[in-house]
Design a protein around this ligand. Structure first.
Ligand code: HEC
Ligand code: HEC
Length: 200
């Protein structure tokens, strides 16, 4: 993809703002600009400009809301970007619903990262054994019923950080069933999983 310069970014933000004005059906895109989410996650939800921020495009709206509330009530803590937690603290519930709907409707593109094929192969086995019951691949049937947030195509640095945060307690494990699976991970498995999800 072409690298956007500042003025192009500005033009697309203006275009987006105008679009939202012309299409009152979605309050989310205007809200995303207003609330400052685009600064880190981008208007496309791919966070191409902030490599610490996760891809949130195409994530089910319910998960986006759940995650934001987890940051608000402290079940998730911000390590890289205190601004993220600061921002959502001042975002109204109604706006969170609009934002979740907006980002959920965007196409989820692969993060196109480099990965190690051997590690990815090992990661696939770990995923299928411990994680695939809840975290489906985008083309699996029944995506609507998936319990967990999509992991395939998520940015590697973020996944590593999220997994390490669950392991060292900076993130509450909201689901006992996932906590049990995480406890089964062996040395090197996180590395393998991160490479597998990046390979997608
Ligand atoms: C200063 C940059 C920044 C801003 C502004 C920001 N975020 Fe984030 N966001 C992040 C980072 C970095 C993370 C990863 C978590 C962390 O730091 O703990 C994150 C995590 C998330 C997650 C969790 C995703 C997942 O995979 O679980 C969601 C959802 C999210 N942000 C939505 C939003 C929304 C909606 C807004 C606007 C109200 C917003 N963010 C504003 C940087 C930002
Ligand atoms: C019983 C269902 C279940 C299983 C099994 C499960 N998860 Fe999860 N996972 C969830 C749910 C629900 C969430 C969202 C709530 C939360 O943050 O705890 C989640 C969140 C996550 C996140 C945070 C994603 C993000 O974008 O912030 C990661 C990373 C993750 N899981 C990895 C794994 C891995 C790796 C495994 C296998 C070792 C696994 N999970 C097994 C249900 C599950």
């Amino acid at each position: 993809m072409r690298k956007l310069d500042k003025s192009t970014t500005f033009r697309s933000i203006v275009a987006l703002a105008l679009m939202s004005w012309a299409l009152p059906a979605s309050a989310g895109d205007a809200a995303a600009i207003d609330a400052g989410c685009v600064d880190c996650h981008g208007a496309d939800g791919l966070a191409s400009e902030n490599l610490n921020a996760p891809v949130i495009a195409g994530m089910p709206a319910a998960h986006i809301e759940e995650a934001i509330y987890a940051y608000r009530d402290g079940a998730r803590q911000c390590r890289f970007e205190p601004m993220m937690c600061e921002t959502v603290l001042h975002t109204s519930d109604e706006r969170i619903a609009d934002l979740a709907e907006y980002y959920a409707a965007l196409p989820r593109d692969s993060s196109r990262e480099c990965y190690d094929a051997k590690l990815a192969f090992r990661g696939k086995e770990v995923h299928e054994r411990l994680c695939s019951g809840c975290h489906l691949k985008p083309d699996d049937d029944g995506v609507e019923d998936a319990l967990g947030i999509p992991l395939h195509g998520q940015r590697g640095a973020y996944l590593r950080y999220a997994l390490e945060s669950y392991m060292d307690g900076r993130r509450e494990k909201l689901l006992e069933a996932m906590a049990r699976k995480l406890a089964e991970l062996e040395k090197g498995d996180i590395d393998a999983l991160v490479n597998y999800y990046a390979s997608y």
